[in-house]
Design a binder for this molecule. Structure first.
Ligand code: 2BA
Length: 109
């Protein structure tokens, strides 16, 4: 068994959770926050059998789009103003950041 952790954009999370249910995957959705943009995203926890990993990755890939997002500048607040960029910068986010981990034990009591 494997555990998939998938960080996706909030805009994709409903479509992805519906697609996971349609393909008979069990998943838990958690509200999360990106460390860089400090804006909300969604982390899916998906436990599944090894032979279904490729299918799960396909479902995630098909339902998560990459998008450009603006990063607001942060004032240096007394720090070094030389590196301060006073205008928003665009970064490409997603589609999905996915980790696949081995599961040592799985219990449902
Ligand atoms: P954030 O940390 O808010 O990052 C959003 C986007 O900002 C990233 O998109 C990337 O394009 C850019 N970015 C992140 N750190 C950067 C840096 N140090 N310098 C320049 N640009 C940077 P993605 O790579 O698609 O990541 C989307 C979200 O996935 C991340 O949101 C974070 O929540 C998660 N994530 C990505 N890589 C991760 C990792 N290695 N471990 C844990 N979470 C990760």
């Amino acid at each position: 068994m494997k555990l998939i952790l998938a960080v996706v954009q909030d805009q994709d999370s409903n479509r992805l959770s519906n697609a996971l249910v349609d393909h008979n995957f069990r998943a838990t959705k958690m509200a999360s926050t990106g460390g860089f943009l400090k804006s909300g995203n969604t982390t899916f926890i998906i436990g599944t059998e090894d032979i279904r990993i490729e299918k799960a990755l396909e479902v995630i890939r098909d339902n998560c789009k990459s998008r450009d997002q603006l990063v607001a500048p942060v004032s240096p607040m007394g720090g070094n103003a030389d590196s301060y960029v006073p205008y928003p910068v665009e970064v490409e986010v997603g589609g999905a950041t996915v980790f696949v981990l081995p599961v040592e034990q799985f219990h449902q009591f």
